[in-house]
Write a protein that binds this ligand. Sequence first.
Ligand SMILES: C[C@H](O)[C@H](O)[C@H]1CNC2=NC(N)=NC(=O)C2=N1
Length: 101
Amino acid sequence: MKYERLERAVVDQNLAAMSEWKLGADGISISKSFKFRNFVEAFSFMTEAALAAEKFDHHPEWFNVYSRVDVTLSTHDAGGLTEQDFRLAKAMDKAATRRAS
Ligand SMILES: C[C@H](O)[C@H](O)[C@H]1CNC2=NC(N)=NC(=O)C2=N1
């Protein structure tokens, strides 16, 4: 399935409804830093997010140190942001909510 890049106004609209996700300086990605109680919580979040990523066929760039997971989402095939990025972002927010920080 081919996803089309979203217009900037639609990106802004999506971001306004989400908590702590920021548009990258490049304008083609969104990022958020997730904080957990410890490494086990962070890694279990990553496991759940990885399964969602496989299901959606849409994969994150991320960086983990101990209890922190920095996530950047972009649709490489489209050269920018698509509905897939927001779909995965929302799944990640849900997974994080189930693990108190
Ligand atoms: C063939 C496969 O559907 C594509 O390579 C998918 C896989 N996961 C992906 N993940 C992300 N973040 N961007 C993509 O463009 C992308 N493309």
